[in-house]
Design a protein around this ligand. Sequence first.
Ligand code: SF4
Ligand code: SF4
Length: 416
Amino acid sequence: MTPSRKTFNRRDFLTKTLAGAGAATFLSCAKKPQSSGSEASPGPAPAITPKEKPLVSRALGKTGILLPIVNMGVMNADNPDLVRRAYELGMRHFDTAAGYWRGKNEEMVGTVLADLNARSKAVIATKVAIPPAQRESLSPVALKDAFVRVFEGSLKRLKTDYVDILYIHDVSNVEDIKRPGFLDALGTLKDQKKARFVGFSCHQNMAACIDEAIGSGAYDVLLVAYNYAMQDDERLKASLGAAAAKGIGLVAMKTQCMQSWYKDELPPDQQAFYSGSIVQTAVLKWVLRNEAFACAVPGFTNFRELEEDVSVARDLTLTDEEKTFLADRKIRLAMAHCVQCGGCRSTCPAGVDTPTLMRAHMYLRYPNVFQARATLESLPAGRGLDGCASCASCVARCRGRIDIGRRIGQLKIHFA
Ligand code: SF4
Ligand code: SF4
């Protein structure tokens, strides 16, 4: 995206380093919730050795929250020490969901932050998922009640009386963005100071959903899948820019979705591109150089990836090697990540929800078998693996280069 002069000026103002002040500054401009009980007072900033550059920070839309540009998507992590280390290195935003590991992921975040006495210094986002069929069948009151009930469980697991950001989990239909049951639930929880800011996460139909959110004025923050495989999606980039200009805080997820996971589908000469940390840093820098985004929440799963992602938060300058990597046409061709464009949805004669199956396959490759299974289970009867007739030759076609039939076959082997 090429930001307008106006956007650049605004971002130039908002994008600051934390020189001297340390990570405690991230929240210094954030309002404290009225209902907080015995929250910890701001403590000292994490140690930064003199040689290290401070983390770059940006404002999260109009929320008043200032965050490091790289934070933690906790979904794939099952090691509390990784969360602890992320905090020590200066990350302050932790993105989880009620559905991740059936609540265990939230429990881990809550336990680590409690152990560190760091709740008031952290920005917690969680998500409440209501299956699509229930969204449509429940009355507005019943939908609101169901949403609030799940969220109350999240607060307990997170060991807190509020979250900073509460998302509707997995919105791809603009009808959900204006659904009264969701809006009532979010509005009530905001009024009760149990959710400081609200939004939704989005993997499919993203430009239309973002546009709807801008028009509704009901959403503070959006969690959007965005990565290098989407570099030609000008419609999405325009919507992101419009949302940022309206003061909606944008957080990027699925930022490094085309690494070694799909290596086995590539010709040997292209597999070489997927080795080394250059992929990890180059594609994350590419995301964050779009200044519509306040930050990213990559789902690192080990300490090496964490360190690599933190290095990006210190300096977004592309190295010569990274520039070469990103400019190489063969690398673009080798990108075998499903961008969730939905283009294949109508190509399966059996009506299988192939984009969602491709997302489940991505989770399987993370590897996050639990989330892959949860995604499959979220599909209505007949739209998932159960609806796939295993045709002799799958006729579902990707607009890109994804072999849909092969991936569905792998899902079946795993989940049969
Ligand atoms: S094999 Fe492919 S075309 Fe056939 S039902 Fe399954 S997804 Fe659809
Ligand atoms: S498999 Fe291809 S066509 Fe289908 S949603 Fe993914 S990128 Fe789009």
